[in-house]
Design a protein around this ligand. Structure first.
Ligand SMILES: N[C@@H](CCC(=O)N[C@@H](CS)C(=O)NCC(=O)O)C(=O)O
Length: 249
């Protein structure tokens, strides 16, 4: 799948509160307020939480924020996440940030809703948590560097040495993931949080290619991961989670 740039919705209006729901487009379910999901269009960590909300069929109200509009640094949002970053959630008065903690909370708090985020087998779960952690530790930093150099940079010329070393690091990391995958999805025949963590990062390679086709970053994806991403994109709820400002083309 290919999308238009930029990757994050830095310039969009800050006004939007978008109601979304996995099962119904309602804010109140049985008198309980739906979870508020604070999100920035194109944020890979936000996308991970969005996929988790959908897989678990949890009702939520999406609060679409704008980085350029300053929403993340407003006192109201800093009260929810003092780091001023998305994703974050508010669930019946309980505020939480950091995507992994949010997803683990949702999986436990809504254990009976939708499908689980991890496999039942202890070792598979541990492997999945390892993978999710590896995405943040090893995939995100070089990818972030590419995005900063090639999409966010407003002046000067891109640092080619940094781009080259980020490209090398990503290639090697993606190969490790391709080798570690054990089925249709990273942990077998069902998608898990490991897939939801990795997919949004790899989708950013296509975004980079839209602006810089000659750099062919999507070519860094090993064959097994190319077919894997097709399977993630075929999930019934996937389309709903495509970053709103990427849909325009
Ligand atoms: N470790 C955090 C990372 C969150 C993060 O870096 N969010 C970015 C968007 S992907 C953000 O909000 N950036 C805005 C800023 O730093 O001003 C998580 O897993 O939630």
């Amino acid at each position: 799948m290919r999308y238009a740039y930029p990757p994050y919705n830095r310039a969009a209006s800050s006004a939007g509160v978008t109601k979304r729901s996995a099962s119904a487009n309602t804010l109140f379910i049985g008198g309980i307020m739906a979870i508020k999901f604070y999100y920035l269009s194109g944020s890979p960590f936000g996308w991970k939480v969005w996929l988790a909300l959908e897989r678990k069929r949890i009702d939520y109200e999406m609060v679409l924020l704008s980085a350029d509009g300053g929403d993340l640094k407003q006192p109201g949002f800093l009260a929810i996440n003092p780091r001023g970053k998305v994703p974050a959630i508010s669930d019946d008065g309980y505020n939480l940030y950091e995507s992994s903690a949010i997803c683990e909370y949702l999986d436990e708090r809504y254990a009976d809703s939708g499908a689980g985020l991890w496999p039942g087998n202890l070792c598979d779960r541990a492997t999945g948590r390892r993978m999710e952690s590896e995405v943040g530790a090893y995939i995100y930093p070089p990818l972030r560097r590419l995005v900063e150099e090639l999409l966010f940079r407003r002046e000067g010329i891109p640092d080619e040495a940094a781009i080259s070393s980020a490209r090398e690091a990503l290639a090697s990391e993606l190969n490790l993931f391709a080798q570690a995958a054990v089925g249709d999805f990273l942990l077998g025949h069902e998608p898990s949080l490991a897939d939801f963590a990795l997919y949004p990062m790899t989708a950013l390679l296509d975004r980079l290619d839209l602006r810089h086709p000659q750099r062919a970053f999507s070519g860094l994806m090993p064959e097994p991961l190319k077919s894997w991403s097709g399977r993630v994109e075929a999930l019934s709820y996937f389309q709903k989670t495509v970053p709103p400002h990427w849909r325009a083309g």
